[in-house]
Design a protein around this ligand. Structure first.
Ligand code: SF4
Ligand code: SF4
Length: 188
């Protein structure tokens, strides 16, 4: 039965060959010469992503009010509350650590973050790659990488975290000092 089916399919395929099939194929190929190129020359060209694209999460630590709503909203438990300096903006002194390797890119934390803060947003980075199985960013590291994304103009791509880890750690010290300088009642 199977053999009969194979013979039927093969004979149909043979019918489509010959001069008319060849001409059709050449016409189809030629038509693409006058159409806009549907592919990009990666990595020299980057794909533009839809406006609502949910890329790697970024954290604006200066805007965070420490409400913890994002932690409650996260279905995958990859956000953590971490104590830090109490500031005029962040009175409870609660900051957010992030485990990007467990993030679902669902965006529920961004929706939960109150508009008065607007501390969380999605970048256009599609993912991070690393030799590490698990990555954990302290609030200062997460803020540092978020600031680097803007400063360096990283977009529409994946980040090789192994290559930038030292830079992130260095920048996170700067972020930490900046937040500490805002401590209510002076630097403690
Ligand atoms: S995008 Fe989703 S999974 Fe990722 S941290 Fe936010 S709520 Fe959690
Ligand atoms: S929901 Fe926004 S303001 Fe509240 S702790 Fe999370 S990041 Fe900070």
């Amino acid at each position: 039965m199977q053999e009969k089916k194979f013979v039927e399919v093969r004979s149909k395929w043979r019918l489509s060959k010959g001069p008319s099939g060849l001409i059709k194929a050449m016409m189809a190929t030629a038509s693409y010469m006058f159409k806009e190129r549907p592919t990009t020359l990666y990595p020299f060209e980057k794909n533009k992503l839809p406006e609502a694209f949910r890329g790697l999460l970024t954290y604006d630590i200066d805007k965070c009010i420490g409400c913890g709503a994002c932690v409650l909203a996260c279905p995958n438990k990859c956000l953590y509350k971490v104590p830090g300096p109490k500031t005029e903006k962040n009175k409870p002194g609660i900051y957010i650590a992030f485990e990007p390797t467990h993030c679902l890119f669902c965006g529920l934390c961004v929706e939960a973050c109150p508009p008065v803060s607007g501390s969380l947003s999605h970048s256009s980075l599609v993912s991070i790659v690393s030799s590490k199985e698990k990555i954990y960013w302290s609030p200062w590291e997460w803020a540092a990488i978020s600031e680097l994304i803007k400063e360096k103009g990283w977009e529409y791509d994946a980040i090789d975290y192994d290559k930038i880890e030292d830079l992130v750690k260095e920048k996170s010290e700067e972020v930490k000092r900046r937040i500490e300088s805002k401590t209510l009642g002076g630097n403690k």
